[in-house]
Design a protein around this ligand. Structure first.
Ligand code: PMV
Length: 326
């Protein structure tokens, strides 16, 4: 059978950085995210007896050997779950161009997990699908459920998964993504997670995580945007402190990244409420209430020197679609 899935990227309000189990991708802390409606991956998978090897293709992008290997390993996991022996054809497409500083592993592995399990005739629960996606790429597990999501760190393969806290319609929030370069980052997040241990600040960060997770959940519960924004920024700065103080250090920010951070603080003083967060790269995500998304976009454009701006609202999680890529 052939199956196609659509999976959103997600932006973490409370970030995942550092693993307590490398192979199982068990994180050191719980994390909380929002699915993004304008940044997604589409993946079609088919298993057939006549295929002699797994064939992986990305439409409009060259796929590196390392990425293809990771995808084939994931197909092996799925074959292990079903007993299916056939090789597969995988065709995938991101709606954002490569080299924009947006990571594709979360949406990519979420889409692959659903499409491949369906194509293999397996009907997984949302929880089991999230566990499977996590084994491919940690943050992919958060792209499976709808809307606003928490990933419970757990202590074993079965206990580390994501679930939906609220559906996308719960709160009209926007994530205005400012892409500041088209150059790919030099240190992939998998390498960054391993280096986190070498930072003297990792312990301090981890000590504060439970409190921050509780505070974000409270802010979501009360739809308290100011409270949410303050913690989001605090967590992003804590994450980048660990990155910058790892050995060797990881410096993801560019001058434009810093310029946007300072501008956002200035806009707040002027009455436009928006808060920044930054993942493993120089791209800046600006969270604001949806009513303010156009103002934030205009302000960003005025700064100049930004490669691209993508305005996102909360999205549902990974789901099947009828239109196949081959
Ligand atoms: O899932 P990974 O290995 O790409 O790690 C994601 C790391 C961050 O984006 C920096 C934080 C997060 O929780 O999304």
């Amino acid at each position: 059978m052939k199956a196609t899935a659509k999976a959103p990227a997600n932006i973490a309000f409370i970030k995942y950085w550092g693993k307590k189990d490398e192979k199982l991708r068990l994180p050191l802390n719980n994390s909380i995210s929002m699915n993004l409606d304008r940044i997604f991956s589409l993946t079609t998978v088919e298993f057939l007896p006549e295929f002699t090897e797994d064939k992986v293709e990305m439409i409009g992008e060259k796929i590196e050997d390392k990425e293809a290997c990771r995808i084939k390993e994931h197909l092996d996991r799925i074959r292990g779950l079903t007993g299916i022996k056939f090789k597969a054809r995988v065709v995938s497409k991101n709606n954002f161009p490569k080299g924009t500083g947006i990571a594709s592993s979360a949406s990519g592995f979420a889409a692959l997990s659903l499409a491949a399990t369906k194509a293999a005739g397996l009907d997984l629960t949302e929880k089991d699908l999230s566990i499977l996606a996590r084994l491919g790429s940690g943050s992919a597990c958060r792209s499976i459920p709808d809307g606003f999501v928490e990933w419970i760190k757990g202590h074993s393969n079965e206990t580390s998964f994501a679930y939906s806290l609220y559906p996308p319609s719960y709160w009209k929030i926007a994530d205005v993504v400012a892409i500041v370069t088209k150059t790919e980052k030099k240190v992939p997040s998998s390498e960054g997670h391993s280096r986190a241990e070498s930072s003297p600040f990792l312990k301090v960060r981890i000590m504060s995580m439970e409190k921050k997770v509780r505070a974000v959940k409270k802010a979501l519960e009360g739809r308290d945007f100011t409270r949410l924004g303050v913690i989001i920024e605090e967590d992003a700065l804590s994450l980048h402190t660990v990155m910058m103080t790892s050995r060797p250090p990881i410096l993801y920010w560019l001058p434009k990244t810093m310029e946007i951070i300072l501008a956002v603080q200035q806009w707040r003083q002027e009455g436009l409420e928006s808060y920044f967060t930054i993942d493993a790269g120089p791209t800046v995500h600006l969270l604001c209430l949806s009513d303010n998304k156009d103002k934030v976009t205009q302000k960003l454009k005025k700064l100049g020197g930004i490669e691209d701006i993508i305005i996102n609202e909360p999205a549902k999680g990974t789901h099947l679609i009828n239109k196949h890529l081959f």
